[in-house]
Design a protein around this ligand. Structure first.
Ligand code: NDP
Length: 432
């Protein structure tokens, strides 16, 4: 249970925040962006005047149409995940020595999803504006539905774990929160974390980005350049994600974090609401940037997304070729690190110490954060709320960099110390 070595203070603090504050926050974020012009002060004033009853009154009840939309979407994505063809891909070896096998059909699922969604609108079969009109009810249904889903995951972890990469730490709450299973599956082929994180969570980001664009078009008869820049940048980012989805299966979310409330609820509720929030704001605030500014933001955003992609690519190419690749035109410099698995076997890993990974140990988070700034900045500066995602991402990635450093330190011991001596900065070269 090495992944459960999170500090108890961090665990309980984040648990309290996630259980009690995040559900109302999701609803208030939607309410403020969609009904209070994105003004935190206005929502605050409303809550001050109406108290808890005000929150209860504005909280949309999950309606039949909201459940129908969620169910159709989830069933469609699950079907694509199961049926679309894809290359067989092996994930990294787990702490107990298992190697998960996946079908890499994310890119196909992404294109089929967007083509179907836009096609339904184009041919007048389903208007995505309906999704925006019922967004509050959908988020409300997701808040409760995902909680039930996580309870089922917890029960499954106890009664029918899919592999030996599972187990209890002896504390019910922590098991529920951080998860029981690393690779839960239904049958042999349906990977639950691929579904929650990629095909439900990340895909909903793309679907909602398109929804906001269409809603603005349906309302105003045109799409503002700010909305176009926001949507294009988000879609470039999500396209990159699905292009590289098999690489994502090697990252902390999949290879180290277990399927519990923290990650699954986050992907199924937080991603559709918080990650899409700059676009949600722009629906009713069609800022016109002008061609020059719009293109400058677009180019800067694409550059950041490309650098973030290149950092991930560099690390994976380096690991895939066992260090026999070129990094920025030269042979890579590296540390050969050994570690012991929970089964007591000694294994070797390579740590790259040149290229992006020689600048800082988590430099890839810098372009990730800047990219999100560039798809938020088309909202300009009348309100803070369109930048909430940037703030949230910054806090999350700083915490993630610390958690990853801790995990790698306990995994690699003296070799990680050596890496930290060679590459001194955690995220921003010369600063942090
Ligand atoms: P990664 O999994 O890509 O990298 C961390 C892991 O890489 C470590 O745990 C370690 O794993 C290995 N590693 C560390 N240093 C080195 C090195 N020098 N050479 C080789 N391998 C090394 O990190 P993330 O999962 O955090 O990020 C993946 C991508 O996802 C990034 O682009 C990030 O920006 C993005 N992301 C986006 C988020 C969002 O919400 N928008 C949230 C989180 C990430 P090992 O045990 O194999 O050695």
């Amino acid at each position: 249970m090495t992944e459960l070595a999170h500090s108890p203070i961090f665990t309980y603090a984040s648990m309290i925040i996630l259980f009690t504050l995040c559900p109302p926050f999701v609803i208030l974020l939607w309410y403020t962006l969609a009904h209070q012009d994105g003004s935190v002060t206005q929502t605050y004033g409303f809550l001050l005047e109406n108290g808890v009853q005000g929150l209860i009154d504005l909280w949309p009840r999950p309606t039949a149409i909201a459940w129908r939309i969620i169910f159709c979407y989830a069933a469609f994505e699950a079907t694509l995940q199961l049926l679309l063809p894809g290359k067989r891909v092996e994930g990294p070896i787990s702490p107990t020595g298992n190697r998960p096998v996946y079908k890499a059909n994310g890119m196909a699922a992404y294109f089929v999803t967007l083509a179907t969604y836009i096609g339904l609108w184009w041919f007048g079969i389903f208007n995505p504006a309906v999704v925006y009109d019922h967004l509050g009810e959908i988020f409300s249904a997701l808040v409760f539905g995902s909680l039930v889903f996580c309870v089922l995951l917890y029960v499954k972890g106890h009664v029918a774990p899919s592999s030996s990469d599972s187990g209890s730490c002896g504390n019910l709450l922590i098991d529920f929160y951080w998860g029981m299973e690393l690779y839960p599956r239904i049958g042999k082929n349906f990977d639950i974390k691929v579904f929650t994180n990629c095909r439900f969570g990340m895909m909903s980001w793309a679907v909602l980005a398109v929804t906001y664009c269409i809603k603005q078009y349906e309302t105003n008869g045109k799409v503002s350049d700010s909305m176009l820049v926001n949507t294009i940048l988000m879609l470039v980012y999500i396209t990159k994600f699905f292009w590289w989805e098999a690489g994502y299966w090697n990252t902390m979310d999949i290879a180290h974090d277990r399927a519990g409330f923290y990650i699954c609820w986050g992907c199924m509720v937080w991603v559709p609401c918080v990650y899409t929030s700059p676009g949600m704001y722009l629906v009713n605030h069609p800022v016109e940037l002008g061609t020059q500014l719009a293109i400058s933001i677009l180019v800067a955003g694409i550059l950041c997304i490309y650098i973030n992609y290149d950092c991930d690519r560099q690390r994976q190419e380096f690991r895939r070729t066992n260090g026999k690749c070129s990094v920025w035109g030269k042979a890579p410099s590296k540390i050969v690190a050994t570690y012991t698995t929970t089964a007591g076997e000694t294994k070797t890993s390579l740590l790259l110490t040149s290229g992006w990974w020689g600048m800082a140990r988590h430099f890839h988070y810098v372009p990730e954060i800047l990219g999100s700034f560039f798809w938020s900045v088309p909202a300009l500066f009348s309100n803070f709320l369109p930048y909430f995602y940037v703030l949230h991402l910054t806090i999350m990635l700083v915490d993630r960099a610390m958690r990853d450093d801790d995990r790698c330190r306990s995994k690699y011991g003296k070799y990680w110390k050596l890496y930290c001596e060679k590459v001194r900065y955690r995220i921003i070269p010369g600063i942090y």
